[in-house]
Design a protein around this ligand. Structure first.
Ligand SMILES: C[S@@+](CC[C@H](N)C(=O)[O-])C[C@H]1O[C@@H](n2cnc3c(N)ncnc32)[C@H](O)[C@@H]1O
Length: 239
């Protein structure tokens, strides 16, 4: 099964998970950390892998003219239903249904670790950008997907038992507050993202390894995520 099909199979669980207020890091800190590297609204913002549309709706509220794209029919339908006025397209990130140079901002928030063909998705993001346009992405940090903490203690060792430099698929099944979710993703080393950006002709402008902010640390054990980054944020520019 492709990652794309696996996300469609998880669509109902993802809608419940993503929409529960305060349930995941998006609501608690991640969205606002990411927005620190996102340029102000321009003529068109494309949200690649928009899912059920929570970031697209927030960006619209900030004044962005958003087109959302997702490959899951159920998630694209949910995004449309939540805001019927929003332009949501059912398409693969590797073949965006948009004209060359038709956007000044492309965003891939927590989707590139979940797409089957990441280099093609980055190439497509670059293609739809006008010269000077920006590409902003957030992913599971490759160090996070490569390894794990040995326990939940704040000072637990973090170990990589396998091979950081090799790409591999993995599934994380979590149940929190009665909401089950399986995240289907592909670990790729940081270098593969840089190679994709270089190949697409994009120049990195900013890279962040945000830590979980103090206000979001709910217990002593979540302090371990202040030592190792959960996510990686990056902004690149089409020259
Ligand atoms: C972790 S969810 C993130 C959704 C949204 N950006 C958010 O943060 O709420 C990953 C999304 O990537 C989408 N996705 C996976 N493969 C894709 C592909 N090949 N093309 C477009 N979207 C894809 C999934 O359907 C899912 O909506």
């Amino acid at each position: 099964m492709t990652l794309r099909d696996l996300w469609e199979a998880q669509a109902a669980q993802w809608i419940a998970w993503a929409r529960a207020p305060g349930h995941d890091s998006f609501w608690r800190f991640h969205r606002d950390q990411f927005l620190q590297i996102v340029p102000p609204p321009g003529r068109r913002t494309v949200d690649i892998g928009c899912g059920e549309g929570r970031l697209a709706r927030h960006l619209k509220g900030l004044g962005h003219h958003v087109i959302g794209v997702d490959a899951s029919p159920s998630l694209a339908a949910a995004a449309r239903e939540a805001d019927p006025a929003m332009d949501i397209r059912l398409a693969d990130a590797a073949a965006l249904p948009l004209e060359d140079g038709s956007a000044d901002l492309a965003i891939a928030f927590m989707s590139l670790q979940d797409v089957d063909d990441m280099p093609a998705a980055v190439r497509e993001a670059a293609r739809v950008l006008e010269p000077g346009g920006r590409f902003c992405m957030a992913i599971v940090h490759p160090i996070n997907s490569a390894g794990r903490f040995e326990s939940e203690a704040a000072d637990a060792p973090f170990t990589i038992k396998g091979d950081y430099l090799r790409a591999f698929d993995y599934a994380d099944t979590i149940e929190r507050n009665g909401l089950p979710m399986t995240f289907h993703s592909r670990h790729r080393p940081l270098e593969s993202f840089s190679l994709a950006l270089e190949g697409a002709g994009l120049t990195v402008e900013a890279l962040r390894e945000p830590r979980v902010p103090d206000h979001a640390v709910k217990s002593e054990r979540s302090r371990r995520w202040q030592r190792v980054p959960l996510f990686l944020h990056l902004r690149a520019r089409r020259p």
